[in-house]
Structures are given as structure tokens and as C-alpha cells.
Design a protein around this ligand. Sequence first.
Ligand SMILES: C[S@@+](CC[C@H](N)C(=O)[O-])C[C@H]1O[C@@H](n2cnc3c(N)ncnc32)[C@H](O)[C@@H]1O
Length: 199
Amino acid sequence: MPDWDAKYAAAPEGLFGNAPSQYVRQIMARWDFKARSGLCLADGDGRNSRWLAQQGLAMAAVDLSGVAVENGQLLDSKAGVYVERTVADLVTWQPSKQNFDAVFLMYLQAPAQTRLAALRSGWQAVSPGGWFVVEGFAKAQAAGEAGPGNPDLLYGLEELQRALAGATVIEALSGRVRLDEGERHQGLAEVVRFAARKA
Ligand SMILES: C[S@@+](CC[C@H](N)C(=O)[O-])C[C@H]1O[C@@H](n2cnc3c(N)ncnc32)[C@H](O)[C@@H]1O
């Protein structure tokens, strides 16, 4: 597993840049997405939660790396927004609130047990009618340049569909897209994108 603290310590201005994921922007632009509160899991130094806070959502975020969370708090202050940031391991973390209008899990690269725990606890935190949005490298990206190069840390679409079997699926896609996610993630990559709502 990567040493995330070391990676974030070397990039205090944002490990994956300061712009949000393209998929977060796409979801925000939907006519039927009207979230007023959100939670970002494995949020790193917070490019996604910070941007969502700038759009007016009341945001909370969780990440394993204490350095990422500290960097995120400084970047939030510079941006003039507040995000309630928590350092926690998603394997054991449980949401203290279960009423977020939208929960985002973007680019968690972790073993299957961690991915499943994040999907389960993230889903619990979604309010009725709320959204759960997941994006990450697909297993096929193990052969590509971006990402950890280990298929065991990457997603298969079927695992999302299985873990979130009770969800109303809005999009469940796996394929090749041209990424523009900071300096580290540019160019074609195999990703999964999954958006679902709770009844
Ligand atoms: C590739 S980064 C993505 C960060 C952020 N979501 C983004 O898109 O900029 C993966 C993040 O997952 C976090 N992470 C890895 N394992 C975790 C775990 N068990 N619990 C919480 N966060 C974890 C890392 O600390 C890292 O910040």
C-alpha cells in the first residue's frame, strides 16, 4: 500500500491538484441532483469536498492520512470554506449521521475488504432520496500508467452492483475515459463510475 502521509507531505498544495474530479462536476450539473449536504470518503486533501463546499453544500470528509487532512484544512482556510474533516480508517469507521444528501467515494485504491466497508458505511450515511457516487480505477487499469498497478486494489463494476444491491442505479459504467485530474492523472484510463439513489 502507498505511504499516503509521505505523498501528501510532499504535495502541500494538493496531491491531485485543487480542481474536483470531472465526475463530481458532472453529477453536480445534473438537473435532478439537488444535494445540500455531502460527505466525501477517502477524500485525501479535499479537492472534491472543498469544491462542493464552494458550491454551497455543507460538507464532511474522512481520510486515513492525518497529513492529508491537515493539508486539506489549510487549503480549506485559503479557499474560505469549512469542511468537517475526520481522520479515520474506513475499515472500522461508522457514520455518526445518516442523513447526507450525497456521499462520494472517489478513487479509493484499497483491498477488497476496505472497498466493501467503505461502500457499506457510505451507503448507510445516505439519506432517503440521497445519492451515492463512486468513481475509481477499474481492474483493467492495472496495466496502465496511472493508479497503483495492482488489480486487487481496483474496482470491478459488479462489486459495486453487488454491494449496493438495494440502490436505484442511475449510472453504472466501466470503460475508458480521458482523465484530467491534476498533474498525476492525465490521459486515457480505465475507470468505473457509479451513481445511485436511496429509495
Ligand atoms: C488516490 S487518493 C484519492 C483522494 C481523493 N479522493 C481524490 O480523489 O483526490 C486515495 C485516498 O484514499 C485514502 N485511503 C486509503 N485507504 C484508506 C482507508 N482504509 N480509510 C480511509 N482512507 C483511505 C488515502 O489516504 C488517500 O487519500
